[in-house]
Design a protein around this ligand. Structure first.
Ligand code: PLP
Ligand code: SF4
Length: 323
């Protein structure tokens, strides 16, 4: 089955997810409530990696809408990163020196409950009928920009044809050297790694970097590792960023296992993000002292190149801030 069909057949009804995993049907009503705030979306191949009957499954916890999301917590907002202020033209964020981020599509292949973009006004921020002309003109007009990051949503929800056209135009801007893609698709739907994807990533003069988003070693099954190794063999630099999430990966065993599994797929850990204060996600928070102790534990158990940088994003800062 190709990836587009799989996207179309993703589970979006909380009742179906709960029944597929043989969970208590009491979970259905609150899940349906919470899904009204941010819809459920999870590919069937990802559900297949979860344990049946286990409400604490670390993959399930990332996608199951909970009643807890409706709680108001002081200090939590819709736009904690101040992204709406660094959005000079539609579809483009220019927050850090030397690199810009394009929000290629608003949608994702999976909806993660902790997502810092769950309240981002994508509808008002798509490039519109002008296509990418405004964003491309902005990039072409600023020679300090050397790297373009395709993000979203998830940029790999767009078709290869669309992405190829965009990358071709970026490659025509002489000061752009690096093409970076941030995506969770190779993790949640490894079938997305197509020959055409490899073609536009490696077929122009830009240095390709792919940052995948995995937060738990159970996500990295054989099919995912095979897809990642294929990208590695094509000369694509592979990095991973994860989010430190209570009840998902806030223990040393899981974090060490994640780094080791990533390396099996040719991927180096890049960032471990402290969770942002986004409304409806307070139950995922891990306090900073615990986070630092976990990183210290990783440092003592792993080679230096398998220890991610613990960072948080702070609105108005010139880079991600080390914790
Ligand atoms: C995270 C981020 C980047 C990239 O930062 P790196 O530290 O280079 O990974 C660029 N732009 C925006 C808006 C970001 O949030
Ligand atoms: S894939 Fe990334 S952007 Fe999309 S919902 Fe998950 S965390 Fe958010």
């Amino acid at each position: 089955m190709n990836w587009q069909t799989q996207l179309a057949q993703a589970v979006t009804d909380p009742a179906e997810l709960i029944q597929l995993l043989e969970l208590n049907t009491d979970l259905i009503a609150p899940a349906q409530q919470a899904a009204k705030l941010f819809p459920l979306r999870v590919p069937r191949g990802y559900i297949a990696r979860m344990r049946k009957g286990d409400i604490n499954d670390p993959l399930l916890r990332q996608v199951l809408p909970l009643g807890l999301e409706m709680q108001q917590t002081p200090g939590y907002s819709d736009d904690p990163l101040g992204e709406q202020a660094v959005n000079p033209v539609p579809g483009l964020l220019h927050k850090y020196q030397g690199r810009v981020l394009l929000t290629v599509v608003g949608a994702c292949g999976i909806n993660c409950r902790y997502c810092f973009r769950r309240h981002f006004p994508y509808e008002e921020n798509n490039p519109g009928t002008q296509g990418w002309n405004q964003a491309l003109a902005y990039i072409a007009g600023d020679a300090s920009i050397h790297e373009v990051i395709l993000s979203g949503g998830d940029p790999l929800v767009a078709t290869d044809q669309h992405l190829d056209k965009l990358v071709q135009k970026l490659a025509a801007i002489p000061h752009i050297k690096t093409l970076r893609v941030h995506s969770r698709m190779p993790i949640v739907m490894p079938e997305r790694v197509t020959d055409q994807m490899i073609d536009w990533l490696t077929g122009y003069r830009l240095r390709p970097v792919l940052v995948v988003h995995s937060s738990h070693p159970h996500e990295l099954d054989h099919s995912v590792l095979t897809a990642l190794l294929r990208l590695k063999q094509k000369g694509i630099t592979l990095l991973n960023q994860s989010v430190l999430l209570r009840g998902v990966n806030d223990n040393l065993y899981t974090l060490v296992g994640l780094s080791e599994a990533l390396f099996e797929g040719g991927v180096l850990p890049y960032y471990l993000h402290l969770h942002d204060k986004v409304r409806g996600t307070a139950h995922f928070d891990v306090d900073e002292a615990t986070a630092r102790a976990l990183i210290e534990g990783m440092r003592l158990r792993l080679p230096g190149y398998l220890v991610p940088k613990l960072v948080r994003e702070v609105a108005g800062e010139g880079a991600k801030v080390p914790a």
